[in-house]
Write a protein that binds this ligand. Structure first.
Ligand code: ARG
Length: 569
């Protein structure tokens, strides 16, 4: 991995070993201590030596002075002690040459944290509930989940993306009853999931006046559990109809799953877990239900079996985790859901630990905040819920409109409109830390002037356009060092550490923000420096090389957050 910070940390590490042989500090610890100063007039990196004072038992200014004496590298034009700080100034010529060579050699792999080799990560995400609307609330789990999958793959992990469909439970009894009473094959075939949702909604309305409906629904679900062929056929059909719908959205996002094993898949895998819970004496009877007491950990009981012996959401999750541990030998099993489910995960993670499973500490819950929508008129037939497909359609429509105006001739490229419209929604969503609650304003997301997806894709297209006008790959030159070029180099060099942080903290928004930093630096460079029109050949070649590096890194970064690379816009 090549980053300016890493280069500095290695240097300091050597110097510490020389000057203070008894101190034990790692490069990783030093990496954490080195900072990007807010104002780079003093340097491009700074090591606040008070952070070392304890380990080295010496005053910070003395440490800084000692290290300054010992540190020397081509990557830095100066390394100076200023008070208690060790300040590093990048040698743009030498470091830039090394960086551009690295990026052009490694291409798409530049920035890979390379920490996943030989390891498997399971990611459980998206996971909508069948026959219920796929609404904007699912945007988070779907794009955060998929981006985390891509980040892990980038780091060399093998991954298993699982769509843990909510395809089991009493709601199917309700749907079967509603379908037989008020539905028809034609209506479902024609209106697909909308019809299923409507039937489900109607069931609840009618059940308010007719309590026997609930009873009937339970009976139908019981029949389903007992493999009644007619009910099984209906249930399978409902899933198929729903998946057909979800797949449209997944296709727009470029998402595929390695497995669609939903909750129903674990039906025959639960008895074994319940047996184990009994053996370990973990089950208590509470008002007829079987639960695990978690009061010692300040959590409510975890429900395992209802009073009538039927299983619950946590029961299925426990069985699913055990199945995955056995079949996929995961290093980590990551669950992406709204923060509303945090307690559920904390509870059953604890239960699994109590069950004595040694993989309990490999389970990771990645929560995210809520989404609300403002400004755009997106109300749907289903009432207040806003469907993800409607949000995407609305965004794509707007982009089409904008490009028709821009092109003047009323034309719009469909593929581009879709990539930009869908990308705008994804980018906007992934611009904030995942725990932040988001208020969606479509106009803001689609703006070409703001820090948006269209702006990022436009910048990418700009690099493509420049490169399409030359056959040269460019060669970075130490001679060309305007402030904009130096600043751009620095941002390019930050890519690996931003990716690593995104991976470590399960936070794709770090990549989104990196994209904005890179776009800003590139656009400043583009406006201030002549690239293809530069008279001096060495400088021109150097700027082509920089543009090619931005093209590689920006394209890679866009892909990591589920965005399409648009060569034209
Ligand atoms: N189907 C659930 C929902 O829509 C999410 C499932 C998350 N994954 C899991 N293994 N519990 O709320």
């Amino acid at each position: 991995m090549l980053t300016l910070k890493l280069s500095a940390a290695r240097l300091v590490d050597e110097a510490v070993k020389q000057a203070y042989p008894s101190a034990s500090l790692t490069v990783a610890e030093l990496l954490d201590m080195i900072e990007y100063p807010p104002d780079d007039s003093m340097g491009d990196l700074a090591l606040p030596c008070f952070k070392l004072a304890k380990a080295l038992r010496m005053a910070p200014p003395k440490i800084a002075a000692t290290l300054a004496e010992l540190c020397q590298s081509d990557d830095f034009s100066s390394i100076e002690a200023v008070g208690g700080y060790l300040n590093f100034k990048m040698n743009a010529g030498a470091f830039g040459t090394r960086l551009c060579q690295t990026i052009s050699r490694e291409g798409d792999m530049y920035g890979s944290p390379r920490c996943g080799e030989g390891k498997m990560v399971v990611l459980d995400y998206s996971s909508p509930n069948v026959a219920k609307p796929f609404h904007v609330g699912h945007l988070g789990t779907t794009v955060i989940g998929h981006s985390l999958k891509l980040l892990h793959e980038f780091a060399g992990y093998r991954t298993m993306g699982i769509n843990h469909l909510g395809d089991w439970g009493t709601q199917f009894g309700k749907l079967i009853v509603a379908y037989r009473l008020w539905g028809s094959k034609e209506a479902v075939e024609q209106r697909e999931i909308d019809e299923l949702v409507a039937l489900y909604v109607r069931f609840h309305q009618e059940a308010e006046n007719d309590p026997t409906l609930e009873e009937k629904a339970r009976a139908e679900f019981k029949k389903l559990e007992q493999n009644d062929p007619e009910n099984i056929a209906l249930w399978k059909w409902f899933i198929e109809i729903s998946l057909r719908e979800y797949n449209k959205t997944y296709r727009q996002l470029g998402i595929t799953f390695d497995s669609y094993n939903g909750e129903s898949f674990y039906t025959d895998k639960m008895p074994r877990e319940i047996e184990r819970l009994r053996e370990k004496n973990l089950l208590k009877i509470d008002d007829g239900a079987s639960v695990v007491d978690l009061s010692e950990w300040n959590m409510p009981v975890c429900l395992i079996l209802k009073r009538d012996g039927s299983t619950l959401y946590p029961t299925r999750d426990i069985a699913a985790a055990a199945y995955r541990a056995e079949n996929y030998q995961f290093e980590k099993c990551v669950y992406v859901t709204s923060a509303g489910q945090s307690l559920h995960f904390a509870q059953w993670f604890k239960v699994v630990e109590l069950m004595g499973y040694d993989w309990y500490d490999k389970l990771v819950h990645v929560p995210y905040g809520t989404v609300s929508i403002n400004g755009a008129k997106l109300a749907t037939r289903t009432g207040n819920v806003i469907l993800l497909k409607d949000l995407f359609a609305c965004a794509v429509d707007k982009v089409r409109e904008i490009s028709r105006e821009k092109n003047g001739d009323g034309s719009a490229n469909e593929e581009i409109a879709e990539a930009v419209g869908v990308g705008a929604v994804v980018f906007y969503y992934l611009s904030n830390n995942r725990m932040r609650d988001i208020n969606f304003v479509l106009e803001d997301a689609l703006s070409f002037d703001g820090n948006t997806g269209p702006y990022a894709q436009y910048t990418y297209a700009r690099t493509c356009s420049i490169l399409s006008h030359t056959d040269s790959k460019g060669t970075f030159s130490a001679a060309s060092q305007t402030p904009e070029e130096v600043a751009l180099l620095k941002v390019l060099a930050m890519f690996p550490e931003r990716v690593k942080a995104a991976l470590d903290e399960y936070e794709p928004s770090y990549v989104t923000r990196y994209i904005l930093d890179l776009c800003a630096a590139f656009n400043r460079f583009y406006h201030e420096c002549h690239i293809l029109s530069c008279e001096d050949e060495t400088t021109r070649e150097s700027r082509i090389a920089l543009t090619a590096c931005v093209n590689t890194v920006l394209g890679r970064a866009l892909e990591l957050i589920c965005m399409k690379k648009t060569e034209k816009i």
